[in-house]
Design a protein around this ligand. Structure first.
Ligand SMILES: [Zn+2]
Length: 226
């Protein structure tokens, strides 16, 4: 037999419910966007938001997997090219602030090479989205990793671990990039495979219910005219 033990449990439970509602609201937003294969996304659609289920077959390391951002403006900073003497405090150049800055924070940025049965693509995941897939969000964790991994092209095991796995991506596809062939596709949301397959099943069921309703209406109209 299960019983409540005081207010603490009730409070805990109401917090839990609140969390659930918040999560539900966030998900609600994506549920209105259709599922697409990579091929459909590339050739049939004119930009927009889609949900795509695909597997990560590689991580593109050409641009590294992280960057440093200015803590003031959050824009990417660059290292000064040549230094004759190493300064006591390392500094970076912020193009946006137009000055040297010393306060910077590492941010995750992943270029994932993905594929499904219909084709291949490259999804870019920024900061919090990238962190949600590799679970290395906190700057502290990032810094710890950066100390271990000296070479930018070398990937920490947390990132290597996602290669070969399938996910659901909530992507934003810009139609202007579509024509150039060099599409820049940003993933705004990531779901685990189990989660996204369930969502797709739900979405397919909803679609079939809607089309059945339409069919019924058509039959009714035919009967009426005939
Ligand atoms: Zn700045």
């Amino acid at each position: 037999m299960w019983r409540f033990h005081g207010d603490a449990n009730i409070l805990e439970m109401s917090q839990h419910i609140n969390e659930k509602i918040v999560i539900h609201e966030k998900r609600q937003k994506w549920s209105q966007y259709p599922f697409r294969t990579i091929q459909e996304m590339k050739y049939c659609d004119k930009g927009g938001n889609y949900r795509v289920i695909c597997s990560v077959y590689a991580v593109d390391t050409i641009n590294g997997w992280y960057y440093y951002a200015c803590v003031v403006c959050q824009n990417k900073v660059i290292k000064p090219t040549i230094l004759f003497a190493e300064p006591e405090v390392p500094s970076w150049w912020c193009e946006f602030c137009q000055r040297n800055v010393t306060m910077v924070t590492p941010r995750c940025k992943l270029d994932l090479l993905v594929q499904d049965q219909t084709g291949e693509s490259k999804f870019t995941l920024l900061d919090s989205v990238a962190a949600s897939i590799v679970k290395i969000s906190a700057p502290k964790v990032m810094k710890g990793l950066l100390e271990k991994v000296e070479i930018q092209a070398m990937l920490p095991p947390e990132i290597v671990g996602i290669v070969g796995k399938s996910y659901g991506f909530g992507i934003s596809f810009d139609e202007n990039n579509n024509s150039s062939g060099l599409e820049k596709i940003e993933a705004m949301k990531v779901w685990g495979l189990k989660d996204i397959l369930w969502k797709r099943t739900k979405s397919l069921h909803q679609n079939s219910t809607t089309s059945r309703k339409k069919q019924c209406t058509n039959v009714f109209k035919i009967n009426e005219s005939g």
